[in-house]
Design a protein around this ligand. Structure first.
Ligand code: ATP
Length: 266
């Protein structure tokens, strides 16, 4: 899935089938999908759709995945950028990159611009319009105001820290919707494990619902990595199918990594 996400400016093949455990959030996004697919209908009615949406929550919970699935479902061009790409030493460089991003999006509309780590450009300003960072953020605000929602462009920003963002970004007509994406609960973990074992041969000893119970606190990224590790172990062991031992070991490894990074979490 990852390799499909990373291609810049391409049509995406990821769909909501690849996203698990986020059904309520997908429901909230239905209006956006209808709008992207039927822009004319909304135009005729004089209805405006949000231009910007923020996804916030911990890393690895599927923010990028969901944005790319949204592009896949609406057959939109998916244009990705990371906020840190716009943070530059030389004054004007970040702002000009922001302009370039929106020019590309307009050319290949319908498009979804996804800005990961938007806090890198969007954190609160120092009220010093000469600083490079403030100029970059100002340019982003100008671009958000400049396009018409009927141009077929939606901007999605992702952050782990909603509270750090400059309020100007959150005003109506900019990023006026925020959607929290948290760590998955038991049922969501089970669904995510199902997606990531879809194309893997599993033997009868495997119980995904049991693994879902054992992986409290883990994100989609962790669960995806467990499934992959288990598959690799099965290959190394010359097995025809992946068994419970491989999963148990993979879970142990990912837990060990997690404990090292974040001893207080688990
Ligand atoms: P970051 O804040 O670090 O950018 P993110 O929230 O954007 O993280 P993703 O990059 O979308 O996280 O997730 C990483 C990978 O984890 C995905 O490519 C996918 O394989 C898996 N994953 C995460 N969440 C889910 C989910 N809800 N359903 C299925 N797979 C998921």
């Amino acid at each position: 899935i990852n390799s499909k996400v990373k291609d810049n400016d391409t049509k995406i093949q990821i769909t909501f089938n690849d996203v698990a455990g986020l059904d309520e959030i997908i429901d909230e996004l239905k209006i956006i999908i209808d709008f992207m697919n039927n822009t004319e209908k909304y135009k005729r009615m004089g209805a405006k759709i949000p231009k910007g949406i923020l996804f916030y929550g911990p890393p690895g919970t599927g923010k990028t995945l969901l944005a790319s699935a949204l592009a896949g479902e609406t057959n939109s061009t998916f244009i990705t950028a990371s906020g840190s790409e716009f943070v530059e030493k030389y004054v004007g460089v970040g702002a000009s990159r922001i302009r370039g991003l929106f020019t590309r999006a307009k050319k290949s509309a319908p498009s979804i611009i996804f800005i990961d780590e938007i806090d890198a450009v969007g954190s609160k300003r120092n009220n010093d319009n000469n600083s490079e960072k403030d100029q970059t953020l100002n340019q982003l605000l100008i671009e958000m105001d400049g396009f018409n929602s009927n141009d077929g462009i939606i901007v999605i920003g992702a952050t782990n820290r909603l509270d750090m963002l400059d309020e100007a970004l959150l005003r109506p007509g900019r990023f006026d919707r925020s959607i929290h994406i948290g760590t998955p609960n038991l049922k969501a973990r089970f669904e995510i494990l199902k997606v990531h074992t879809r194309n893997k041969p599993l033997d009868n000893s495997v119980s995904l619902s049991e693994f879902a119970k054992k992986t409290h606190g883990m994100t989609g990224a962790h669960l995806s990595s467990i499934c992959n590790e288990a598959a690799i172990l099965a290959v190394i062991r010359h097995k025809q199918k992946i068994g419970r031992e491989e999963f148990d070991e993979a879970i142990e490894r990912v837990f060990a990594g997690l404990k090292k990074k974040n001893p207080e979490i688990l």
